[in-house]
Design a protein around this ligand. Structure first.
Ligand code: BTN
Length: 320
């Protein structure tokens, strides 16, 4: 009911819709319409009302609820099952719970804030209310589990393509999956898999993107290493941004399902800021320096050391 009212107001945004027309359209009393309008106002919708004229939608809240997202979403499958939470420990945790309960591929879990957002290598992820896109996507690919880590590379490629469409041209990928702008991190991706040796039951791909935090707002320990769209001078509407990102993720994923990972890995190499650089590798139990020379077909980073030997980095962190 509330959706129908909002739809009618949106179709006539800035113009009045009479209470009579609304009550006929929705087949409820004018008192019921008024109650729904009040509820929408409490959620942050700015709706003017004048006797004899009716109601007029002036502004909508900057939130990621389904009510707001539905009118923007243009994907076929990604985000069509949508779970919105104002505050949550971690969207990846909810993603795993929902996937265990059978949530379909393409389900997206979005939160305004995460109070215990999780990063790679057991780190935290700063996720303040309304200042970013904190979401997880459930995938159920049919390819073997060994391919799963490449989904993270696929996501990084899709994100850069989405960012270009959103007006940010300068982002690059640091292996394996950080997206940096001018040396500072804009995005983190945390991919978690569940399954057996033979098949993937599900992948929960958690993506955190700083959209509007300013340098003053971010905590001191992040000031030198993090950035946001706003800090890079690009204003984004979070709902448009999420839609663009889901579109690109859906396209890239369908490409991988149809053709395998090869072309995505080639795109990753083109967008990489790691390849060709002298780097320090911090792999479990081993820190060393070398030159990042290539990505192998499994998405591992190839490092040439000073003595000419070549190491393959499967997991770890790399500083440029
Ligand atoms: C990294 O360390 O670079 C990965 C950070 C991933 C953060 C995202 S935000 C949405 C999802 N939920 C989480 O708890 N983490 C991921």
């Amino acid at each position: 009911m509330r959706d129908a009212i909002l739809e009618l107001l949106r179709e006539n945004k800035g113009s009045f819709v009479s209470g009579q027309r609304m009550s006929e359209h929705c087949d409820v009393s004018r008192t019921a319409i008024w109650k729904h309008i009040e509820a929408l106002r409490k959620k942050g919708y700015v709706i003017e009302s004048f006797t004899k004229k009716g109601y007029r939608l002036m502004d909508e809240p900057d939130i990621m609820s389904w009510l707001e997202m539905e009118s923007v979403l243009t994907t076929k499958s990604f985000g069509r099952h949508y779970k919105y939470l104002e505050s949550v420990e971690s969207t990846n945790r909810i993603g795993r719970e929902m996937a265990n309960e059978g949530a379909p591929e393409g389900t997206v879990i979005v939160a305004e804030e995460q109070v215990a957002g999780r990063g790679r290598l057991d780190r935290g992820w700063y996720s303040p209310y309304g200042k970013g896109l904190w979401f997880s996507l459930i995938l159920r690919p049919k390819f073997p589990p060994i391919e799963a880590p490449k989904c993270t590379l696929m996501a990084a490629v899709a994100l850069i393509k989405a960012f270009r469409r959103l007006g940010l041209q300068t982002a690059g990928i640091k292996w394996p999956n950080d997206i940096l702008v001018n040396g500072r991190k804009l995005v983190g991706i945390l991919t978690e898999m569940n399954g057996s040796m033979e098949e993937i039951s599900y992948i929960v791909m958690g993506i955190g993107i700083n959209t509007s935090s300013t340098l003053e707002e971010i905590p001191d320990f992040l000031k030198d290493i993090a950035t946001s769209f706003a800090m890079e001078g690009v204003t984004v509407d979070r709902r448009e941004a999420l839609n663009t990102i889901l579109e690109e993720l859906e396209m890239q994923y369908n490409k991988v399902l149809a053709e395998g990972f090869n072309s995505t890995l080639a795109e990753w190499k083109e967008l990489s800021i790691t390849l060709g650089k002298d780097v320090e590798v911090r792999a479990p139990g081993n820190t060393y320096e070398g030159k990042a020379i290539d990505l192998d077909q499994d998405g591992n980073l190839m490092i040439e050391r000073a003595d000419g030997s070549v190491e393959r980095v499967v997991a770890g962190d790399v500083s440029i």
